[in-house]
Design a binder for this molecule. Structure first.
Ligand code: SF4
Ligand code: SF4
Length: 380
């Protein structure tokens, strides 16, 4: 067993007062999305059920996280394939908040008891109907929206569309229609070289500029999380320090623990295939500080976007500048950073400080403190 670093005795293991336990309760999935990151290193389907018990998880939480507010994200694979485990956890941890990350196709089967306990449900789509069905299978988009409409009256929390923005075909209208159906839309730039041809970058920038224009022109708050987050970080920079200690806002360097079905803990759910990134084990009951940290080789500190971005995706940066994958750097990390800088420039064109000062108080509260920031990566 590795030396145990109890939080109470070493407060640097998890930074801040909150910690997200992202539980990959099963790596099974009922879809086969063409770009699934769990396909890397044959992770997908390799661990079918959680090998640790809810009791072992409770012991881990009591040993290491006793002085934290713990919230749990049910993740997979597809976590709705294992709702019994979710119910066990909900009963064992009555004070914890729960978030569900799902492909949405089985939401109609999730027991009402589970739905009502969720603070947020993140539903994965890839943009509009054609693009989503192209990646996920024919009919998936409609099925997901049907399910969302069916469960809406049964949920107390928020419903968030999580868009992996891969396709150059994704339009403002696609994202806008999601913003009308869901409480929030979170988009993340796809981590795939094929998503960043010069033409694809050009088209993505057009849509980003339109999205930002619409955000600042809307009477009601336009609930596009990365734009909300960038505005928050520009207007209220101290908030970046509150949830992720001024580091990457997906929390991998500070307060996110991904627990694999076999109990092993990693900082990033996309890098479960890199053994040296293991940072703990629920069954062996140990945890250490996240090994996925900013590194001198990363260019962020000298970047004009650093004040709001804070290292967007540590996986991208780690692969590009620590593991020195030149192809990844030029084909994924640099184009993504280009889009982030562009997004920041578009926000600046609209004088976000003045806009914020003139918004009604409920909107300012949401920009400052929306709970959804804790459930997604905030930056794209
Ligand atoms: S845009 Fe890229 S280089 Fe700049 S701060 Fe963000 S991740 Fe770092
Ligand atoms: S944003 Fe990047 S580093 Fe953070 S959890 Fe996602 S893939 Fe991992």
């Amino acid at each position: 067993m590795e030396p145990s670093n109890a939080i109470g005795s070493d407060r640097t293991v998890v930074v801040g007062n909150r910690v997200e336990l992202q539980l990959l309760t099963t790596l099974k999935c009922n879809l086969r999305c063409s770009y699934c990151s769990l396909g890397v290193g044959e992770v997908l389907g390799s661990q079918r059920h959680a090998a640790y018990s809810a009791e072992q998880l409770e012991t881990f939480v009591r040993t290491h996280l006793a002085d934290k507010e713990v919230y749990i994200t049910l993740y997979g694979g597809e976590p709705t394939l294992n709702t019994k485990f979710a119910l066990d956890l909900m009963e064992r941890f009555p004070g914890h908040r729960f978030n569900l990350q799902t492909n949405g196709t089985l939401l109609h089967r999730v027991p009402e008891k589970v739905l009502r306990r969720l603070s947020n449900i993140m539903v994965s789509v890839d943009g509009g109907e054609d693009v989503t069905d192209g990646f996920r299978g024919k009919g998936v988009y409609r099925k997901v929206l049907e399910n969302v409409a069916a469960i809406r009256p049964k949920v107390f929390g928020t419903l968030t569309a999580r868009v992996t923005w891969w396709s150059a075909e994704t339009t403002l209208a696609d994202l806008d229609s999601l913003a009308r159906i869901f409480d929030y839309v979170y988009f993340q730039f796809a981590q795939d070289a094929a998503a960043y041809s010069a033409e694809s970058l050009r088209r993505k920038k057009l849509v980003l500029a339109e999205l930002v224009d619409r955000f600042f022109a809307s009477d009601a708050l336009y609930p596009i999380v990365p734009i909300m987050g960038i505005v928050r970080n520009k207007v209220l920079p101290s908030r970046i320090n509150e949830l992720s200690a001024g580091l990457t806002q997906c929390r991998v360097s500070t307060n996110l623990l991904n627990v694999m079905p076999d109990g092993k803990i990693y900082p990033c759910p996309d890098m479960l295939y890199v053994p040296e990134l293991q940072q703990g084990d629920v069954i062996a009951n140990w945890v250490k500080k996240s090994p996925l940290q900013p590194h001198d080789a990363m260019p962020c500190k000298g970047c004009e976007a650093y004040h709001f971005c804070r290292g967007n995706c540590m996986k991208n940066l780690h692969l590009a500048y620590v593991m020195n994958d030149g192809k990844w750097r030029s084909q994924v990390t640099e184009p993504t950073c280009d889009l982030i800088r562009f997004l920041g420039e578009q926000v600046d064109r609209h004088d976000p400080r003045r806009w914020f000062a003139e918004r009604p108080l409920p909107d300012r509260r949401k920009i400052a403190d929306a709970e959804v920031y804790e459930f997604c990566e905030v930056m794209p």
